[in-house]
Design a protein around this ligand. Sequence first.
Ligand code: HEM
Length: 451
Amino acid sequence: MSNRFNATSFGQRVVAHIAGPKVQKLIARFPRTPADTLRELSLAGDDTVDAYLEHAVDFNPKRDDIIEKLRSDAAAGHPQAKALWSELNTVPEWVDFARVKRGQKVFFRFAEIFQMLFLFDSLIGTGAPDFSKVFLATGYLANPSKQSFKRLVETIHWVVNIMADEELGPGSDAWAATVRVRFLHAAVRRRLAAKWAADEVVFPINQEQNCATILSICVNPFMQFPSLGIRSSKEEREDFGHAWRYIGYLLGIPDKWNPLRNGFDWAISFSADIVAHIMNPDEHAIRVANAVLGGAAVGLSDIVERLRPTFVFSQLPAKKKKRIENLTPFFFKIFTHMAREIVGDEFCDFVGFPNNRDIPLLHKVIARVGLSGVIVATRVLRVVPPVRDVTGKLRKGHYKRKNTKNQRNQPKNQNKHIPADRVEVKVEAPSGGPSGARSGDSARAAAFIEE
Ligand code: HEM
């Protein structure tokens, strides 16, 4: 077995597109991660939580509050519960909460561009078949539907809640929300690992994928900032990375593999290695990439529909549905044009997103103005430090209020989706391959709102 890094050329080209020349030079300063190391990560689960679930008696994620259950099992002397409880409540000696707090503040200085890049960078993950198989098998991101949009928004809510919690540490709301996500993952891993073992497919939600996901939220935006003309200081990057290092710990990434353990620049180079290693898009990528951007288009159309004055527009369900169907392709084309800018043409062609020739000028202009508007606003608000700090605080307040409003009828970051209840989605390439995903606006719109 070769110990040399075995990069796929597709992944390398995507990294080259998102990183730009300056960041590529930085990446080249570090030795490449050996393929065997990445393989070892891809075969590892989350030992402490997996061991607890293995022995947890009578665990039902629908019925139980998992944190209460874990606490009482630990108090009752359950060995696996004690080990997990102690791990979650131990603050590693490298954690500096003053830096964590500074790192959290950094998020709100870049909040809008972060959220925008989160949507488009998640496409890169869809290009890794082992990721996409999990999303399809759980129905998490299987169709371009309102449901997929909701899942993406819920993940963004989680990120905002974590970044806004001033008490982040054992027992805090952010801590509890993160522990619940860890259990959600463990439940999915347990179910799929048992099912997939026979087929020798991937080990689901493994540590390489966990590192890739943390890096895509925390590091990849900074990889893209230089080519977008957005500045950030070394201190901001290191503080932000420090906060995410602790979140990675809470999510069950062992310290020896934590992708932020060697500082931010190294994390950038490690992220490039992981993307190159896992990215090898196939029919799963086509399906999930269309679920991500198609779902976002349906979600936005639905929001517009809800904003329409009810005394002007008919409220008959069929009419409302029709209006959403008509609007969805409009947003989809805008999003795919943005995706071409951010992720590059090669990936977008592969997954069958509309070609630039098929996107009308109006849609391109709106995409350009939207993207440039967010970039310029981010740049301007950062120029003067007092303005940067005040607007950071105001944005934090705004996003917290928005989250509270959106979540008013739901428990916050509870195990809302019960993996065991998921309908399995058959994994098939859309007919006609990549271009099959472009079989006309009305057909697409019909598929969009099927859920
Ligand atoms: C360690 C980094 C990761 C973070 C920060 C993260 C974040 C999240 C969050 C916040 C949720 C809950 C969203 C909601 O409330 O609907 C979630 C659920 C989920 N995540 Fe992750 N995730 C990570 C890694 C992964 C990986 C590597 C995979 C798959 C390869 C994955 C697959 C899923 C699935 C399938 C669910 C939904 C489970 C269910 O409801 O049945 N996640 N994740």
